[in-house]
Design a protein around this ligand. Structure first.
Ligand SMILES: [Zn+2]
Ligand SMILES: [Zn+2]
Length: 153
């Protein structure tokens, strides 16, 4: 699933801005890798980003993709979800949002909810740690997987 052109433009503008302010070198590689994450709503992992960018940059290595993605995260340009490092997925949507995760194929999609943003947390959380924000993860079966199940493919 593609991100809207307006969102992609905003993300690329922010990328340029943050790079300039942090004094980071804006290389063609970095730009291509960020663009790959910015243009999709799929929350890709490093491997998937690598496959996408490699089509345009055949000399690119997976290692470079890893290092660049974590560098983008340090700069606050993308977020990660899932367990850190090995299979982490990357998200260029920095607005407040929640996730629907398909338990069968791993599809992850953003959705927005004012009421979820304002969820009241149980006090028991204080004994675990200090909460900074709440992001709801809804688990279920996506439409495509539901169709597959029904037709038995
Ligand atoms: Zn699915
Ligand atoms: Zn997301």
């Amino acid at each position: 699933m593609k991100t809207s052109t307006k969102d992609i433009e905003q993300r690329m503008a922010r990328f340029n801005d943050v790079c300039r302010k942090s004094g980071a070198k804006l290389t063609h590689q970095r730009l291509e890798i960020f663009h790959e994450v910015a243009q999709t709503a799929d929350h890709p992992d490093a491997e998937t980003v690598f496959q996408g960018v490699r089509r345009r940059m055949p000399t690119l290595s997976l290692d470079t993709v890893y290092r660049t993605l974590w560098w983008l995260k340090e700069l606050g340009l993308i977020k990660t979800l899932g367990p850190p490092r090995e299979r982490a997925r990357f998200d260029a949507n920095l607005s407040r949002h929640h996730h629907f995760v398909c338990v069968q194929c791993g599809l992850t999609r953003d959705f927005y909810s004012e009421s979820f943003n304002k969820l009241k947390l149980p006090e028991s959380i204080q004994s675990i740690g200090h909460a900074e924000m709440t992001q709801v993860e809804v688990k279920g079966i996506c439409q495509q997987c539901a169709v597959k199940q029904k037709t038995g493919v």
